[in-house]
Unconditional design. Sequence first.
Length: 319
Amino acid sequence: MSKKRTLDGFFKPIQSKQYQPSTQTPSDHRNYPFPIPHLPPALISELGFAPTAEGKVINDQPDLDLLYFQPYIPKEAQRELFRFLRANLPFYRVQYTIKRAGVDVLVNTPRYTSVFGIDPTSIFSPDGELLDAVSRVPVPKDRYMCRPRPLPACLDFLRTIVEGTTKHTYNFCLVNYYAGGEDSIAFHSDDERFLGKDPAIASLSLGARRDFFMKRKAALPGEESVEAEPFNLPLGSGDLILMRGPTQAKWLHSVPKRKGGESEKGRINITFRRAMAKGGTENYYQYNVGTGRVYRWNEEDQKMVPWIADPMSSPSSAT
Ligand SMILES: O=C(O)CCC(=O)C(=O)O
Ligand SMILES: [Fe+2]
C-alpha cells in the first residue's frame, strides 16, 4: 500500500513548535487590542462536566443532519461563562459594501462580531509570529490583508472540549454578540468553498434564548424541488448544536430580530469551524473584525462601548 500524504497531513503543524496560549497569564498577542484573561479555575472545573446530556440527532428531513445538546454547558457554569466572555473579548460592529445592481451599498452588520484563528497554510510561532506552515519562515507581508490572531486560552479551552464531544477539529472561532432583540443574523448557510465539502460547524449559545430558524434552500433551476418543513430551535443558554453532513449545502439558518423580552439581556453565539484555505482567513477577518473600532463591554453602563487604548500602556511587546 502506498503511503499517500493527504493535504491535511501535509499542512498538519508540529504541535511543540506552535503557539500555545498560556493558562497562567492573560493571553496576549500583537493583534489583540488588549490581553484576554483565561477562564477562572472554578469555571474550568465546572466545564469539565460538559456535555451534560447526550446529543439528540435531528435528521428527520431531507439533507438535514444536526446533533443537539440541550444544554451542553452545565447549568452552574452558563451564566458565569456568558458574563466572562462578554466582558473580556474584543468585539466589532463591521461595515462593508456590496454591489447591488451595479451600485455600492453600505451594509451594517446587525450584531457585534469577533474572530480568532488561522487557516492551515500558516501557523503561529510560540511567540505569536505568523509562519508558513511548510517552510516555517515568516509569512510574506502580503499573504494576508487582515491581521490574524490565535485563539485566546479561554476560547481554546472551549474548542478542546467541543472537539472532544463532536469528534471534529476546528481552527477558527467566530463570536457573535446580540445585544438585544434588534440584533440578528439573516438567513444564510455557512457553505463557503474554503470550508470544503459538508463542513461540520459547532455552535454554542450563551445568555438570552433566541429563535434559530432553519429552512431548506430553494431548488436550483433544473433541480427537482424537495418537500421540507421549516422549523425553529429556540436556542437557550448552554445549548450546543452541531451542523454537519449536507446541512450547509441544502439548508439555511437565521436568528431573526425580536421585540423586547429576554432578547434584551444579550446573547453570545460561538461557532467553531475548520477553514481549509487562505481565503477563509481573509473572509472571516474581513466580515467579523473589519477595519472599524473595537468595542468592549462596560459593566457600569451595562453595554458595549468603544474601546480606547490606555495611552500609558506601551504597545504590547508580549505576544
Ligand atoms: O447566532 C447563531 O445562533 C447563529 C450564528 C450563525 O449562523 C453564524 O455565525 O454563522
Ligand atoms: Fe451561520
